[in-house]
Design a protein. Structure first.
Ligand code: NAP
Length: 297
């Protein structure tokens, strides 16, 4: 039976260490890191994610502020708020929760955030730095996954990783991080997507599979080799009348059939989700330190 890679445990260890750093900062008379989240509309998923991020900030001693707008907010108003936050030295990190209503250009909003404050790591500048392997803010979910692999001593060097999905927030940056030179990279990476033919022929060769496509139960036991490591990024809400909410979160991996072949696997929930928040918090502390260094330089 596979080892369960528990994102909650890793995330708690990271938060503990961040807490200690913040305490030292504050005892030295410095302001703790401040993260602002902008939330537009009433989407249930977005509200849950932003709520979890705000709670995590407070737990580690960060300042966490949520700015809420109705889904009728104009693009201009949102961009003006982003600009105001960009100029505010008391704020280190800014996230605008996606998706945004259709009348707002998500790319325009993402690019309006100062790269130094872009703790989601979605800005082209941070993506460019990632692609070049230079220092920048790494996208929170893929970064969190590398922290989790490191915590469990799962080496990536020389391994064949198959990433299913090529989105700008998960699949693409994941493939870059794992193939970059460095401790949590040096892998040989194959990226699969909806146009990949005979996807199973690739996943069967993988030492590590990262499933990030948003199709519940897509990866089944017959698609993976004995002893592989499986990271399930998927979080799709599926109807479940046995739950109070009427739904449950479902990953992209068929846990039952894959876990009997894998050597290690992440569950959903409790795997990648908590690591996205951990990645975001680490990025926010990094942004705080950069802000501090810029002011004292
Ligand atoms: P996305 O933007 O919809 O991208 C999905 C990717 O999967 C695309 O590249 C798509 O290919 C590919 N794909 C779709 N169907 C496929 C198929 N049948 N075979 C192979 N590839 C296929 O999704 P995302 O934002 O990357 O998110 C993926 C999943 O992760 C979602 O369930 C999301 O909710 C979840 N997620 C979880 C976290 C977390 O913290 N746990 C964070 C972010 C996302 P094309 O490019 O060809 O269309």
């Amino acid at each position: 039976m596979a080892t369960i890679i528990d994102g909650r445990i890793v995330s708690a260890a990271i938060r503990e260490s961040l807490s200690r750093e913040v305490q030292t900062m504050v005892s030295n008379g410095l302001r703790p890191p401040h993260l602002v989240a902008v939330l537009v509309g009433n989407d249930g998923g977005s509200q849950t994610y932003v709520g979890a991020k705000e709670k995590a900030c407070h737990e580690v001693g960060f300042l966490g502020t949520v700015i809420r707008y109705p889904d009728t907010v104009s693009e201009a108003e949102l961009l003006a708020k982003v600009d105001e936050i960009n100029q505010n030295e008391q704020i280190d990190g800014l996230i605008v929760q996606l998706p945004l209503p259709r009348h707002i250009d998500e790319n325009k909003v993402t690019l309006a955030i100062r790269p130094e404050k872009d703790v989601d790591g979605f800005h082209d500048v941070n993506m460019g730095r990632l692609a070049k392997g230079s220092d920048g803010i790494k996208p929170a979910t893929p970064y969190g996954i590398t922290l989790m692999l490191k915590h469990y001593g799962i080496a990536t060097e020389g391994k064949h990783v198959v990433v299913i999905g090529r989105s700008n927030i998960v699949g693409r940056p994941m493939s870059i991080l794992l193939s970059n030179a460095g401790e949590t990279g040096n892998a040989t990476v194959t990226v699969c997507h909806s146009k990949t033919q005979n996807l199973k022929s690739f996943t069967l060769q993988a030492d590590i599979v990262v499933a990030a496509l948003g199709k519940p139960g897509f990866l089944t036991g017959d698609m993976v080799k004995e002893g592989c490591v499986v990271i399930d990024v998927g979080t799709t809400r599926v109807d479940d009348l046995s739950k109070k909410a009427g739904w449950r979160l479902c990953g992209d991996v068929d846990f039952e059939s894959v876990s009997v072949k894998a050597s290690a696997i992440t569950p959903v929930p409790g795997g990648v989700g908590p690591m996205t928040i951990a990645g975001l918090l680490v990025n926010t502390l990094k942004a705080r330190k950069a802000n501090l260094a810029a002011r004292t330089a």
